[in-house]
Design a protein around this ligand. Structure first.
Ligand code: NAP
Length: 468
């Protein structure tokens, strides 16, 4: 752990395992209640120092962290690959993206401003002027999931520090290593003592202690719907941002560039073995081109190299646990038993599942209506765009969706009618650059990330009014 600028261990160690083969890659220490309190106390004590830092000082600090992270790219990529089991080439990309997230956060620190309020637009405002200034909310508890342990943490820590807050970060128990290394990087860059603390341990106990601590002003959470809802229900007056799951869909129209669409759907369904909140899970293909799309996708999926995550040639490695892999296997079996056809993949070896493509997946099975979070995609045929839009919208989730078509009218009709946080035209929903507003509707969450948007959620506009 990392509390008040110091690495901390205790008498409750637990091994961190490489999900691919269960070998030990590190040790986690499970925080006691007292340690959670100490971390929040350290963050609260750091607030005056954070508030005193000028915007330029905060920006420079984040820029130094960006540079240091890139200097340690290979070490950090290996840590991310080891704790998540994701292929090393994807881990390197994650480190690059985490660095960019810090750079955008540094830039947003320079742009943090309020506005002039037109007071005399009301009769009672005559002779008054006013402005808003953006003030930090205070102690931010950042709770992050296992699938992008570094970049998703930077999406919270970068904007929080840019906004003048102090942070207590609780990474997923499976993936704590990069979080602690990153706290060391921030310390080396001159971050005030206690402004970033990392506490590790089970979400149930550590998470609850954070949610109930009165000194925590905001909880920014990325993870599953169940935990997100629990936090929201318990958080009381705390500000809460929730980035949750989805079962993302893409529409492939009959006039689409099928070569491009198929290649992107394969990448969008199987990157990080589908353990991406915007992974392509449901493909709706126009009946006229469905067979060709299916053939191309099956061909693409069969070319993916399955192997050890540290091997640079590997495209597909394991899921986070054997239990998760078994669940995905079970869901595929459930879909097949209900009439779906399994065209390729689906075989499990320990925690690794071969990329699976199914067709004719009934709407009521888990693979259609829940979040698969595994290397599996269902392709179903439709006859009209209205039908396709209705099927995309037939979901409890609404993070991102997409369409492939050359017809601009159809593209924008779908963009307006699909109920999601982000809509991609001629791109799969599993697409994100780190500065864009990112977040969902329905069960996919509330609030937006992307440094410009997160910093708004992590600061309060304070009104200052004066009589002239
Ligand atoms: P998770 O089980 O919900 O865990 C997320 C974090 O919450 C972990 O740090 C976990 O700690 C902690 N936690 C668990 N119980 C808690 C509690 N009662 N109170 C407070 N914190 C608690 O999610 P996951 O399996 O790690 O991640 C997968 C999920 O994240 C998927 O649903 C995916 O869609 C979603 N996700 C969403 C986005 C997005 O931006 N929308 C991005 C990535 C992932 P422990 O590990 O110790 O249990």
């Amino acid at each position: 752990m990392f509390i008040a600028g110091q690495p901390v261990t205790n008498a409750h160690p637990k091994p961190v395992e490489l999900p691919y083969d269960g070998s030990e890659v590190g040790i986690i220490y499970q925080a006691t209640k007292e340690e959670v309190e100490a971390a929040v106390g350290a963050a609260a004590a750091a607030l005056p120092a954070m508030r005193e830092m000028t915007l330029d000082e905060r920006s420079s600090l984040l820029r130094r962290a960006y540079q240091k992270l890139l200097e340690r790219r290979e070490e950090m990529a290996l840590a991310v690959s080891s704790e998540t089991g994701k292929p090393i080439k994807e881990a390197r990309l994650e480190v690059d993206r985490a660095a960019i997230t810090l750079l955008f956060s540094a830039e947003e620190a320079h742009r943090l401003h309020g506005e002039v309020v037109p007071m005399d637009a009301s009769p009672a405002g005559k002779g008054r002027m006013a402005m808003t200034v953006r003030e930090p909310v205070g102690v931010v508890a950042a709770i992050t999931p296992f699938n992008f342990p570094l970049n998703l943490a930077m999406h919270k820590i970068g904007p929080a520090l840019a906004g003048g807050n102090a942070v207590v970060h609780k990474p997923a128990s499976a993936t704590p290593i990069s979080a602690v290394l990153m706290a060391g990087i921030f310390k080396d860059c001159g971050l005030p003592r206690g402004a970033l603390n990392v506490i590790t341990g089970p979400g149930g106990s550590v998470g609850d202690a954070l949610v109930f601590d009165k000194r925590v002003a905001m909880i920014t959470f990325t993870g599953s719907v169940d935990v997100g809802l629990r936090i929201r229900n318990l958080a009381g007056m705390k500000r809460v941002t929730l980035e949750l799951g989805s079962n993302s869909a893409v529409i492939i129209e009959e006039d689409a560039d099928l070569e491009e669409a198929a290649a992107r759907c394969v990448a969008g369904s199987f990157a990080h073995s589908g353990q991406v909140c915007i992974s392509v899970q449901r493909v709706f293909a126009h009946r006229k081109i469905r067979n060709e799309l299916v053939e191309r996708m099956v061909e693409g999926a069969r070319k993916l190299a399955i192997g050890h995550p540290h091997d640079s040639a590997t495209d597909i490695s394991s899921l986070i646990t054997v239990g998760e892999a078994e669940r995905v296997e079970h869901w595929i079996g459930e879909a097949v038993a209900s009439g779906a056809k399994l065209l390729t993949g689906g075989q499990r070896r320990r925690a690794t599942v071969e990329p699976a493509i199914l067709t004719d997946v009934p709407p009521n099975v888990s693979l259609s209506c829940r979040e698969a979070f595994g290397p599996v995609v269902g392709i179903n045929a439709y006859d009209s765009l209205d039908e396709a839009i209705a099927r995309v919208n037939d979901s409890e989730y609404g993070l991102q969706a997409g369409i492939y078509t050359r017809d601009i009218q159809k593209a924008f009709r779908a963009a307006r009618q699909v109920h999601v946080g982000g809509f991609l035209i001629n791109e799969v929903p599993q697409y994100r650059v780190d500065q864009m507003p990112y977040g969902g509707v329905k069960l996919s969450g509330t609030g937006r990330e992307g440094p410009k948007y997160a910093i708004e959620e992590m600061t309060e506009p304070k009104l200052i009014c004066w009589k002239v």
